[in-house]
Ligand binder design. Structure first.
Ligand SMILES: [Zn+2]
Length: 278
């Protein structure tokens, strides 16, 4: 049976870059935030950029999905002729009534509360207080954890700085064929829909603009430019939070939740790393 690899997490947790990377693995297809396909008339990101019609995200597909929501992810997997369909819909509500006739495996993607709060402040016009945003994060992840049950926890900060190691670990846990090439996801064809087009277009545009791709790849560490941009290791965010907010985050209930997710990730990872070493 085909399988949905459903990514759960909060907005700005790094899911687009993460999804593209998984989607570049063999027998995997990344479709982005799939709910956009039926809830908006957005078209495929890469085909729109190339000004060509998309062979996957078509009006016929939208109609099929709208008429058969229960089989939503089964229909997507069939359309892409893939074994593993990857979605970054992230919310329980966007998955739960759409997973008939398909196996499911859940990845809970998270990053540090400080980086998450800063990303939120930088990206959205919603005027949440730090406290309100922490409450939203706490409720959201509590919901994800209880829905997913036996999920794979992935720390995006770790992923973005230990890409090959972490991707190999994920492949091992999910019985996927590992290829290190997937890290350069922008070299692969994707048909996905996303509100966040930058993760694909920023890199593609820069490479296309260069006269000599070989040359520019040597000049710039694209891995760092792409993966670390959204990571806690890009330290610019540290100067954006006030010391009051910094302390508030550390004391919030969500911090305990984050710590719990981090320990699950670390335990899993250490266990796997230990087995692999022997
Ligand atoms: Zn397309």
């Amino acid at each position: 049976m085909k399988r949905l690899i459903g990514i759960l997490g909060a907005s700005y947790c790094g899911s687009t870059v993460f999804g593209y990377t998984l989607g570049a693995l063999p027998e995997c297809t990344f479709m982005g935030e799939t709910y956009w396909i039926t809830q908006t008339d957005l078209n495929c990101t890469s085909c729109t950029i190339k000004k060509q019609p998309c062979s996957i995200i078509t009006e016929d597909l939208r109609t099929q999905l709208k008429n058969n929501e229960g089989n939503y992810f089964k229909i997507l997997a069939d359309k892409c002729e893939t074994d593993n369909i990857i979605s970054t819909d992230k919310s329980v509500a966007l998955y739960k009534d759409k997973i008939k006739n398909i196996d499911t495996v859940w990845i809970i993607l998270f990053k540090s509360p400080w980086a998450q709060v800063t990303s939120h402040i930088n990206h959205t016009s919603t005027k949440y207080s730090t406290e309100q945003y922490l409450n939203v994060l706490n409720n959201h992840y509590t919901n994800c954890v209880s829905f997913a049950g036996n999920a794979l926890f992935i720390d995006f900060d770790f992923f973005s700085t230990n890409r090959e190691q972490c991707l190999e670990y994920i492949c091992n846990r999910l019985n996927l064929k590992y290829t290190a090439d997937a890290i350069r996801y922008w070299n692969f064809t994707h048909h996905s829909v996303s509100g966040n087009t930058g993760a694909y277009t920023n890199v593609k545009d820069k490479i296309n603009a260069a006269n000599n791709v070989q040359d520019i790849n040597e000049k710039i560490d694209w891995y760092k430019a792409v993966y670390r941009k959204t990571s806690v290791n890009d330290s610019r965010w540290k100067f954006q939070l006030s010391s009051e907010d910094w302390i508030k985050i550390g004391k919030h209930q969500y911090f305990a939740m984050y710590h719990d997710m981090l320990s699950k990730f670390s335990n899993n990872f250490m266990e796997w790393a230990g087995n692999n070493a022997t």
